[in-house]
Design a binder for this molecule. Structure first.
Ligand SMILES: Cc1cc2nc3c(=O)[nH]c(=O)nc-3n(C[C@H](O)[C@H](O)[C@H](O)COP(=O)(O)OP(=O)(O)OC[C@H]3O[C@@H](n4cnc5c(N)ncnc54)[C@H](O)[C@@H]3O)c2cc1C
Length: 400
C-alpha cells in the first residue's frame, strides 16, 4: 500500500512540500493537502493592497486545480487536532484522516493580545482580511488626513513588511500631495534601524537612516508599545503619538490546535524542529515555514523576533520533502538545512524604489551580506510577484 503523506497548509510551505514529495515519489505515495484557506496568498503583496494597487484576486489563486493536476488530493478544512499515537489528524468537517508522514505548514496567526488595544484599534497588513480593513482606513484617512504612525511591536519579527509599508505610505502620501502636511513616524522594537530581526547587515543602519531622513520620516527605535488607543500609539516610555492612520505589525504565534498535542510546540505554538525539519519529539511529523520554531540567538533591550520569510520556508519544505521521500524508501532522513544557515534573499519595496537584501546566511556569523538600493529593486519586486504566482499556480516547485 502507498504511504500516506498529509500536509497541513497550502501556502509557501505546504504547497512546496506537497508538490516536492509527489514529484519525487509519484505513485509510491498518496499526498493530501488539508488547508483552512483554499487559495494561495502571495503575502509579500499585502503591502500594496491597502493603497488599491492590488486586489485579493491579483495576489491569490485556487490551490485545488494546481494540486489535483499534480495528482495530489485537496481538502478544504481546518485541522483541529493531531493524535501522534494513532497518527491521525482531525478536521473541522468532522473527519479524521490517517497519515504515515505529516507536514505541519500552518504558518502564523497574529498575537492580537500583544498590547492592550491592538485587537480593537490597530490596523495591520499581516492577513488578507486585515489588509483589506486597512485599505478602508486609508481611504477614510485621505478624506481627513492627519499624523501617520507605522510600527512593529516588541517581539515582532516581520520588520521587512513594516519598512516596506512605511516607505510605500510615504510614497502614496507624496502622490496624494499630502507628504509635507503629514507627520510620518516609524516606531520599532529593533535595537537599531535596519536590524530587520536578523542582526542587521553591513551599512544597513546608515542606509535605512538615510532613507528615513531623505523622506522626512521620524523614528522611535528600540522602544516597546504600551498600548494602542483609538487615535494614538502610546509607547512604553510614556510618549503618545497621535495618528489619523496607523499600521502596526504584531508578533506571530503558531496555530492554536497545534498546542493541544502535548509536547509538540513551544510556548508560542511553534514546532521545535531538528535540522531535518522533523519535530524534535516525533520522527514522522515535520514542520516547515513559520510553523517551525526558531530560537532568537540574541537578547536586545526590547525583544525582537526572527523574520521567517518565503525563501527559507521553501528551502525547509524541500528539505522535509527529501527526508520524507528517504523515509518512504526505507532510508534514513539525512538531509539537513538549519534555518540560520539558509541564505537570506529578500527585496524590500519602497513604492518606486527599494533595496535588495542578500546574505549567505539568515543568521550571523556571516561571510557576506549586502544591501543594494535603487529603483531596480522595485522593478524586481514587481517581476518576482508575477514570476512566483506563475510558478506556484503551475506547481513548478523545481524552479528557483
Ligand atoms: C505583510 C507580509 C509581507 C511579507 N513579505 C515578504 C517578502 O517580501 N518576502 C518574503 O520572503 N517573505 C515575506 N513575508 C513572509 C512570508 O509571508 C512567509 O514566509 C510565508 O507566508 C510563510 O509561509 P508558510 O507556508 O509557512 O505559512 P503561511 O503563509 O502563513 O500559510 C499557512 C497556511 O496554513 C493554512 N492554515 C492555517 N491554519 C490551518 C489549520 N488549522 N488547518 C489547515 N490549514 C491551516 C492557511 O490557510 C495557509 O494556507 C511577508 C509576510 C507578511 C505578513
Amino acid at each position: 500500500m502507498s504511504k500516506k503523506v498529509l500536509v497541513l497548509g497550502a501556502n509557501f510551505g505546504g504547497m512546496t512540500a506537497a508538490l516536492k514529495v509527489k514529484h519525487e515519489l509519484g505513485d509510491d505515495v498518496d499526498v493530501t493537502v488539508v488547508s483552512e484557506s483554499d487559495r494561495f496568498l502571495f503575502t509579500p503583496s499585502l503591502i500594496w493592497l491597502p493603497f488599491g494597487k492590488r486586489t485579493a484576486c491579483d495576489i491569490t489563486f485556487d490551490v485545488a486545480p494546481t494540486l489535483e493536476h499534480h495528482g495530489i488530493d485537496f481538502v478544504h478544512a481546518a485541522a483541529t487536532g493531531i493524535d501522534p499515537v494513532a497518527r491521525t489528524v482531525s478536521t473541522n468537517d468532522g473527519r479524521v484522516r490517517a497519515y504515515d508522514y505529516l507536514v505541519v505548514a500552518t504558518g502564523y496567526r497574529n498575537n492580537d493580545d500583544v498590547v492592550p488595544g491592538f485587537r480593537e484599534h490597530a490596523r495591520t497588513i499581516t492577513t488578507l482580511s486585515r489588509a483589506q480593513e486597512t485599505g478602508v482606513a486609508w481611504q477614510a484617512f485621505l478624506q481627513r488626513p492627519g499624523d501617520v504612525v507605522i510600527a512593529a511591536t516588541q517581539a515582532a519579527g516581520c520588520f521587512g513588511a513594516a519598512y516596506e509599508f512605511l516607505f510605500n505610505t510615504a510614497y502614496q502620501l507624496k502622490r496624494a500631495g499630502l507628504r509635507k502636511e503629514v507627520r510620518l513616524t516609524y516606531v520599532t522594537a529593533e535595537p537599531f534601524l535596519g536590524h530587520f530581526g536578523i542582526g542587521g547587515l553591513p551599512h544597513g543602519e546608515q542606509l535605512l537612516g538615510m532613507f528615513l531622513n531623505r523622506q522626512g520620516i521620524e523614528s522611535r527605535v528600540s522602544v516597546g508599545i504600551d498600548h494602542v488607543a483609538e487615535d494614538a500609539l502610546v509607547l512604553a516610555d510614556g510618549e503618545e503619538l497621535p495618528f489619523a492612520f496607523g499600521m502596526v505589525v504584531p508578533p506571530f504565534l503558531g496555530q492554536e490546535f497545534l498546542t493541544h498535542t502535548v509536547g509538540l510546540t513551544d510556548d508560542k505554538g511553534f514546532v521545535p524542529v531538528r535540522p531535518t525539519y522533523q519535530s524534535e519529539k516525533l520522527d514522522d511529523v515535520y514542520a516547515v515555514g513559520v510553523a517551525a520554531a526558531v530560537t532568537v540567538p540574541w537578547t536586545t533591550p526590547v525583544p525582537v523576533g526572527i523574520p521567517k520569510t518565503g525563501f527559507p520556508t521553501e528551502a525547509q519544505a524541500a528539505t522535509a520533502a527529501a527526508n520524507i521521500a528517504a523515509q518512504v524508501r526505507g532510508e534514513p532522513p539525512v538531509h539537513e538545512k538549519p534555518f540560520g544557515s539558509i541564505p537570506a534573499v529578500c527585496v524590500m519595496d519602497a513604492g518606486n524604489n527599494g533595496v535588495v537584501i542578500l546574505a549567505d546566511k539568515m543568521l550571523p556569523p556571516r561571510k557576506h551580506g549586502v544591501l543594494i538600493p535603487g529603483p531596480q529593486s522595485h522593478a524586481m519586486k514587481l517581476a518576482f510577484e508575477r514570476y512566483f504566482l506563475w510558478k506556484m499556480r503551475n506547481g513548478y516547485v523545481q524552479l528557483p
